[in-house]
Design a protein around this ligand. Sequence first.
Ligand code: C5P
Length: 234
Amino acid sequence: MSATDPRDRMIVALDLPSIQEAEALIERLGDSVTFYKIGMELVYSGGLDLVRQLSSRGKKVFLDLKLHDIPNTVEKATSRVADLGATFLTVHAFPQTMKAAALGRGKSSLKLLAVTVMTSYDDSDLAEAGYAMGVRDLVARRAGQAKEIGMDGLILSPEEVGAMRTLLGPEMNLVTPGIRPLGAFKGDQKRVMTPGEAIRAGADYLVIGRPITGADQPKAAADAIVDEIRAAIG
Ligand code: C5P
């Protein structure tokens, strides 16, 4: 389900090596950004305190921890993340893991996003790991299971958004990285869409890192992307 303010549909990935650098960027971005993603790199350099701080300042936080462990551990860990005030948490889309996370978030407002198959995997990686299914079939199977178990959404590449929206219906939150404004440096992202294209394809939230964090004028870059999202919503 999409947020109504276009700013709330842009999630800025704080892929930075230190809390000091993350705080300086957050300060520069000010009101232009309402939603941040904190991943493992920053968490392992003290980023959990930043989750609390951002939440207490009215910002939303997507904690990208990609949990996967035995059910008891996933349940307890999810419950602690809910206490931190995060809005989104990622878990791997294994049925046991997703069920445990659903129990752990209890009645909190934490939303759970499933990672179906990592986009760095292709069919040969799955075969090497012992899977009989290829990527496309496994993504579809896990997406269906995620919905059935009560996950709130999926992380997926922009190219998968259209098909998944058709398969899963309007309720699931579809969250996509791999976004590049026109003319932006692609870096290591191979299959990209512009913010407008991804929104029109059915994405609810866009995760955007370097086009903002690496810009000379990050606030202006963020504002331009929000304008593009607004225009695509129409
Ligand atoms: O800098 P960039 O816009 O490419 O950052 C995208 C963010 O989304 C990064 O935090 C990256 O780890 C994450 N991500 C991704 N592709 C995936 C899953 C997550 O780029 N398949």
